[in-house]
Design a protein around this ligand. Structure first.
Ligand SMILES: [Cu+2]
Length: 313
């Protein structure tokens, strides 16, 4: 049934969660299409048949017609029940991830996504999953409401602060699918993108093993943290200004502050910028805000981030 309307949606990559959505969509479109044709034909037919033919051609007074009224109430009622029952069944499937689903933790923030694996590995803005296996995402937001949307899988779920929500899918073939944030969440909402990358199960194991357990050298950890905490959604590392100043060449630089003072960027200034961003405002960025990371990044993490920033010359 969906075949006729395939051009309306991207190709379905997770039939387990998406097939019923497509079927109901197809059914609704088909019914709407038949009704559109029927109503248009009736409209033209009546316009011609009941056109006023002479001056004394009078419309008879009709108060009601039980048969007609029951027909046009009961048929739509049946259609609505079919759509409801079918949709409810699909909704139940989406609400019940299989027991053997592979679990990944998702943290959403302004403006990015972090995916955490049971090995301790954390990856930002890319979630790698095995093909042919159900994957359950357990999601939470660090700030405002976001929403996790993958059109290829026909899944969409709000991500809330202080409360877990979950969603599942099963991608059958290796490939890539786009993730969108679909709840308006501020300036860079439209850049809040991520990718689902589906591997053959064997390749997925290799990929996961390579991620380690969030370890690595301080510089590697720092680079990872800058992604995980979303610093890069406001700070570029290539010299261009985004919402905040670039991190390129920051360490050791003479920074002009909004109050006219000049300081040399060192470890303490960076640390203060992360924990108390309002203490010293960079000239030209008076109207932008950086939220404090107090309580969100530990002292060791700040040290790693500083080591990483030092390498951005
Ligand atoms: Cu968002």
């Amino acid at each position: 049934m969906g075949g006729l309307f395939d051009f309306m949606l991207p190709e379905l990559e997770s039939p387990m969660t998406g097939a019923s959505t497509d079927a109901v969509m197809g059914f609704i479109h088909l019914v709407s299409f038949i009704l559109l044709i029927g109503i248009t034909i009736a409209l033209i037919y009546f316009a011609i048949k009941y056109k006023r033919k002479s001056e004394d051609d009078e419309t008879p007074l009709i108060t009601h017609n039980n048969t007609l009224e029951i027909t046009w109430s009961v048929i739509p009622l049946i259609l609505v029940f079919i759509v409801f029952g079918w949709g409810y069944k699909g909704w139940l499937t989406l609400q019940s991830p299989p027991d053997d689903a592979y679990e990944i933790h998702v943290s959403a923030f302004k403006w990015g996504w972090t995916f955490g694996y049971d090995t301790g590995a954390q990856v930002s803005n890319e979630v790698h999953v095995p093909a042919g296996r159900p994957v359950k995402l357990v999601m939470q937001s660090e700030d405002v409401i976001h929403s996790f949307y993958v059109p290829d899988y026909r899944i969409k779920q709000d991500v809330l602060p202080s409360r877990y929500t979950s969603v599942w899918f099963q991608a059958e073939e290796p490939g890539e699918s786009q993730v969108f944030c679909t709840e308006y969440c501020g300036t860079s909402h439209s850049d809040m993108l991520a990718k689902v990358i589906v591997h053959e199960p064997e390749d997925f194991k290799i990929w996961l093993a390579k991620q380690g357990s969030g370890g690595g050298t301080p510089i590697e950890r720092g680079e990872n943290l800058v992604g995980i905490h979303g610093c890069t959604s406001c700070h570029s590392i290539d010299g261009s200004d985004k919402i905040g100043p670039t991190l390129k060449g920051l360490f050791g630089k003479e920074e002009q502050l909004a109050d006219g003072a000049t300081i040399t960027v060192d470890e303490n200034y960076i640390r203060e910028s992360i924990l108390e961003p309002k203490a010293k405002i960079v000239a030209g960025f008076e109207n932008q805000v950086m939220t404090s990371f107090e309580g969100r990044v530990s002292d060791e993490e700040i040290s790693d981030i500083i080591e990483y920033i030092k390498t951005l010359e």
